[in-house]
Ligand binder design. Structure first.
Ligand code: C2E
Ligand code: MG
Ligand code: MG
Length: 414
């Protein structure tokens, strides 16, 4: 077996070299010999043997040094090394293994034992090589299959991998967009919005990647990171701006996150850790969350509600939600989708707002870009201005942390 394998024997005693070499050659192995460490390293690099029998005690360079040097080299590190020595000391034998040796044979050796060990380690190493090769093949098949799957299902696995790396490299960041009260014209809080600071593409908005995060397990770690980062920032800004103690933070939470095990505990720990009043945290969920698994979602929303956290239905009016669910679920705020503002669909805006106000909820209008839009909205909502809020480029685009600090210094009233 493995008779075409090449074995390097390293020993400064000529006699040992000869009998080992004869025995292994007789078994059909190709044998090369070295009687010192320097030659052993050179021969290993040029011949890449399948196995090395290595004496420990040799002048100038001992077997441990040879082994260490070969294990450091990417080309030779995989070659199994069997130490062969007259050393009796147990610690030294153990050291042989910690250097990366696979076995140890005592001198004087028995040829049958040497042969048995050589054969065993050649077999192990050949199986390891096969395993590695098969793993590589499976990995490349995996890549091909994922590509085929992407084409069939539209799921972009290469973007998924890119996002995963971006998360590991800390390229995700939160931006914050101000939310302003219609009556006081004062800043009321911020919505945290995810951004990917891409090394080549610059700041990438969620439209290009959030779907993939939400569709996969990535949402759990990213979701938690968003909640913690937003709360930590809120704490910091409240600390630096003492007149902003009521500032709120709105965080987008996907349906999958709501049913995540221990979400309630996690949020309560974060609120404690950053000393955030629970009603300053607003979780933005969508209509589809409310329309999902009613019992489970309801139970979790109520547990979060018991903590004192507020709930907001985001992009209201674009999805499908029953009025029954709106009253059953502990929702505090309806956030009117910006498409209604953009299209000037004021009748719908008014209808949604009236519904919200009569159910005792607040309203946030997204996507206010012009003074004209703001004026129309204020007229429509004139009876409930204190419960109405606006968010949009008219007030400010989403800002990075430095931008928020600047904003807090200059823009608290509009
Ligand atoms: P959203 O929660 O409805 O956030 C509002 C979006 O409207 C933001 O887009 C914001 O930049 C944009 N916007 C605000 N004012 C204006 C305006 O005056 N004009 C226009 N044209 N757009 C305005 P963004 O940041 O690209 O976020 C898109 C969506 O990605 C968010 O919509 C939200 O659904 C999702 N998202 C963002 N961050 C997160 C996150 O941390 N977790 C999850 N699950 N989803 C997130
Ligand atoms: Mg939102
Ligand atoms: Mg929205």
């Amino acid at each position: 077996m493995e008779s075409n394998a090449t074995i390097l024997i390293v020993d400064d005693a000529q006699y040992n070299l000869k009998i080992l070499s004869n025995m292994l050659s007789n078994q059909g192995y190709k044998v090369i010999e070295a009687n010192n460490g320097i030659d052993a390293i050179a021969l290993t690099k040029t011949h890449i043997p399948n196995l090395i029998l290595l004496d420990i005690k040799m002048p100038n360079m001992n077997g441990y040094q040879v082994c260490r040097s070969l294990k450091k080299d990417a080309i030779t590190h995989h070659i199994p090394i069997i130490f062969i020595s007259a050393i009796e000391n147990v610690e030294e034998k153990v050291e042989a293994f910690s250097m990366g040796g696979v076995d140890f044979i005592n001198k004087p050796f028995h040829l049958i034992e040497v042969l048995a060990r050589v054969e065993t380690h050649l077999r192990v190493s050949s199986l390891q090589a096969q395993l590695l090769e098969q793993t590589r093949m499976l990995e490349s098949q995996n890549v091909i299959l994922k590509k085929q799957l992407s084409t069939l299902t539209g799921f972009d696995w290469s973007l998924h991998a890119e996002i995963q790396t971006a998360i590991e490299l800390d390229q995700m960041e939160l931006f914050y967009q101000p939310i302003v009260n219609f009556q006081t014209n004062q800043l009321s809080g911020f919505e945290a919005l995810l951004r990917w600071r891409h090394p080549d593409r610059g700041v990438v908005t969620p439209i290009h990647f959030i779907e993939i995060i939400e569709a996969t397990e990535l949402i759990y770690s990213v979701g938690r990171w968003v909640i913690e980062t937003a709360c930590k920032q809120l704490r910091e800004w409240k600390g630096n701006f003492p007149d902003q103690q009521d500032l709120t933070m709105s965080v987008n939470v996907s349906t999958k996150q709501i049913s995540e095990f221990n979400l309630v505990l996690y949020i309560s720990e974060i609120l404690d850790k950053y000393e955030i009043k629970p009603n300053c945290l607003k979780l933005e969920i969508t209509e589809s969350t409310v329309m999902g698994d009613q019992d489970r979602t309801m139970q979790i929303l109520h547990q979060l509600k018991d903590l004192g956290v507020q709930f907001c239905i985001d992009d209201f009016g674009t999805g499908y939600s029953s009025l029954r669910r709106l009253t059953d679920f502990p929702i505090d705020i309806l956030k009117i989708d910006r498409s209604f503002i953009y299209n000037g669909e004021w009748v719908i805006v008014k209808a949604i707002a009236s519904l919200a106000f009569s159910l005792g909820k607040e309203v946030v209008v997204e996507g206010i870009e012009t003074l004209e839009q703001l004026e129309v909205l204020k007229k429509l909502f004139y009876l409930s201005l204190s419960s109405s809020y606006g968010q949009g480029y008219l007030y400010s685009k989403p800002l990075d942390c430095l931008g928020v600090v600047q904003f807090l210094k200059t823009h608290q009233v509009f």
